[in-house]
Design a protein around this ligand. Structure first.
Ligand code: GDP
Length: 299
């Protein structure tokens, strides 16, 4: 239900427009397919995914046949579910102990908030969580993480502003082992204006984690702001090239009609969406389920 509310704008911007395109049409012809392509692109599905979806409609329904345009809706829905499902995989928290999760993404996308929400979610399920305040460039980031940590009742490893993020990673890894944590969540800085620098730094943090805990980081979660549409897709490509990203979090779905970007990013990059953010509150983070997501949009 909350998911449906969170997706209301995207539903209007994507499915609402598909529905008005289809209403009053008698057949699936070139015109219809062309307009459909335009609607999907404007709704942030991206070139590649739009092409694939329109091709699927054409393949399944044929051109100029007496196919009921309402079937277009069905094909799109099924195609989105199967494309998301093809890259979907649940986050396995049992694969290591401590399970080390490095959280990356540019400033402002919602990294710190997402870490806070995850700490709360997993603590409520009986997991022992430790947080590492690896974004040492913004004083507010460590402060904000400390507040989330306090609320969730978990330890936060933090250094002074401007400290070496590698040193935070090192201490956080040691602390997670010493305190027998199930999960270590490590925040990182996200200044994109120095891209090469940022990526180098993330690699360095990776190496430090690896050295302290075999196999770490077990998960590198990339956080993206859905309201930025195509920009999120561009960021995803950059990060995927530079660091080993295992999974995605799309935040701020509640504030945007651009939620279709989720399908574009997962499909284009072949990465699973692990969670979606649908509000600023502590409970406004949901595990991602392709079928549930697409149904919430279409039904
Ligand atoms: P960071 O710089 O990546 O760590 O970003 P923050 O965690 O500080 O978040 C930036 C802003 O986005 C804050 O005001 C958050 O409350 C807000 N935010 C994060 N996730 C969501 C979400 O899912 N929905 C909404 N509406 N706001 C969010």
């Amino acid at each position: 239900q909350r998911m449906r509310q969170g997706l209301a704008k995207t539903q209007a911007g994507l499915v609402g427009r598909i529905d008005s395109l289809l209403s009053g049409r008698a057949r699936v012809d070139d015109d219809l397919l062309e307009e459909l392509e335009e609607v999907l692109i404007t709704a942030d599905l991206g070139m590649q995914t739009t092409r694939q979806l329109v091709d699927a409609v054409e393949e399944r329904l044929g051109r100029s046949e007496a196919a009921d345009p309402q079937l277009v809706r069905q094909v799109l829905k099924q195609e989105m579910i199967s494309r998301l499902a093809a890259v979907d995989s649940p986050l396995d928290l049992e694969q290591a102990r401590p399970m080390v999760i490095m959280v990356v993404g540019v400033n402002g996308v919602g990294k710190t908030t997402t870490i806070g929400k995850l700490a709360r979610l997993w603590t409520s399920r009986g997991k022992k969580v430790v947080l590492g305040a690896g974004d040492t460039f913004r004083a507010a980031a460590a402060e904000q993480l400390a507040i989330w940590g306090e609320r969730a009742g978990v330890d936060v490893i933090r250094h002074a502003e401007g400290a070496d993020p590698g040193a935070v990673a090192f201490d956080a890894a040691r602390a997670a082992v010493a305190r027998k944590a199930d999960i270590l969540l490590l925040d990182t800085a996200g200044r994109l204006h120095t891209k090469a620098n940022l990526m180098e730094e993330l690699k360095k943090i990776r190496r430090i984690l690896e050295r302290e805990i075999p196999g770490a980081p077990h998960e590198t979660l990339l956080v993206l702001d859905a309201t930025t549409g195509q920009n999120a897709l561009i960021q995803a490509r950059l990060f995927k090239e530079a660091v080993e990203v295992n999974g995605l979090v799309l935040t701020k779905l509640d504030g945007t009609a651009r939620g279709g970007i989720i399908v574009a990013i997962a499909n284009d990059l072949g990465l699973p969406v692990r969670f979606v953010g649908i509000g600023e509150g502590a409970d406004d983070l949901r595990p991602f389920d392709p079928e549930m997501f697409v149904r919430a949009l279409f039904e």
